[in-house]
Design a protein around this ligand. Structure first.
Ligand code: GLV
Length: 315
């Protein structure tokens, strides 16, 4: 019996409910389970009309080239720097992502890192577990209240971070090349180093990709200064990781809270050895509620496209 369902190629393991929905309504092929990818593509590549991937899995042009009838790519995650967007645009293949539904979760991750670094929460937890409290006092931390939260990238997630940081009585400032946004009252800096100089927490939430690669370099870190903290919930590529390690080793900044890294899941041993950094495994949007909403949106995009040619959230 022939299967009339649309063939989709799924790039990597997905959220369970998305996997279930896909299996129900589509003829699913799991790329990571195909042991002879080359011959599979020869035989079946022309059937594939949809791709499901994520901002982490990305895409590969050599595979996309073997899908001549591909019509749509639905990606899990808001960032799409790992997808071959220009190539797909040339082929006029629309791409969707999952914006907005993860703003709160990522902003909460930023605040969690800001609090963790400034109050040394992971170290405090180890202090209690190791019995050190029985022998002495835990070092003091720093308030968030009264400090300046300098946001690099005041998009939707950046604005969500700003409202939460403001609720902690922080002053909010942001960097944007060129003009200030007309619709926000936060202090604008057209010069990234000037923002770093005035910020206590420099929070990175710009999209990844060539435009922002190593935007945070040694000079920006030096401007942040020996009391400054770097928080990165964007992409590892935005921060020059070697410069960050050097700046931390030289005491040019006070510490860092990092959810993303240049070569995930590999984290440099130098960072792992440091006590003034808090490291998390790219968990920005990683809550049950948010991942469910993202999974639903990936499916709604794909299903909507094959129903009436529209995407809910086209890139
Ligand atoms: C996560 O990093 C995302 O882009 O959604």
């Amino acid at each position: 019996m022939s299967d009339s369902r649309v063939d989709v190629l799924v790039w990597g393991p997905m959220h369970a409910s998305l996997t279930q929905n896909l299996a129900r309504d589509f003829n699913v092929h799991n790329l990571w389970e195909l042991d002879a990818l080359d011959s599979w593509l020869d035989e079946h590549g022309a059937k594939v009309r949809g791709v499901v991937t994520s901002g982490v899995y990305g895409t590969r042009i050599d595979v996309l080239e073997r899908l001549p009838n591909l019509q749509v790519v639905s990606s899990f995650g808001v960032g799409y720097d790992a997808l071959d967007i220009d190539y797909l645009a040339e082929r006029k293949i629309p791409v969707s992502n999952t914006p907005d539904v993860l703003n709160n979760a990522v902003a909460e991750t930023a605040l969690a890192l800001m609090l963790s670094v400034s109050r040394k929460i992971p170290q405090a937890d180890r202090f209690v577990r190791d019995g050190a409290w029985l022998k002495g006092k835990f070092p003091l931390g720093n308030d968030l209240a009264g400090k300046t939260c300098g946001i690099v990238g005041l998009g939707k997630i950046g604005k969500t971070i700003a409202t939460r940081a403001a609720a902690f009585d922080m002053k909010i400032a942001y960097y944007r090349r060129g003009e200030a946004y007309a619709d926000v009252a936060y202090r604008h800096y057209g010069d990234l180093r000037a923002l770093a100089r005035d910020a206590d927490h420099l929070v990175i939430i710009v999209p990844g990709g060539a435009d922002t690669e190593h935007l945070i370099d040694r000079d920006v870190l030096k401007a942040l200064g020996p009391k400054g903290l770097l928080i990165n919930v964007a992409r590892g590529s935005v921060v020059d990781e070697q410069a960050l390690i050097a700046a931390l080793q030289a005491g040019e900044i006070a510490g860092a809270g990092l959810d993303v890294f240049e070569d995930e899941p590999r984290v440099p041993a130098e960072l792992i050895a440091m006590d003034n950094v808090v490291l998390t495994p790219h968990l920005g949007s990683g809550t049950y509620e948010t991942r469910q909403a993202m999974a639903d949106l990936v499916f709604a995009n794909l299903a909507g496209f094959f129903k009436d040619g529209t995407l809910v959230t086209q890139v």
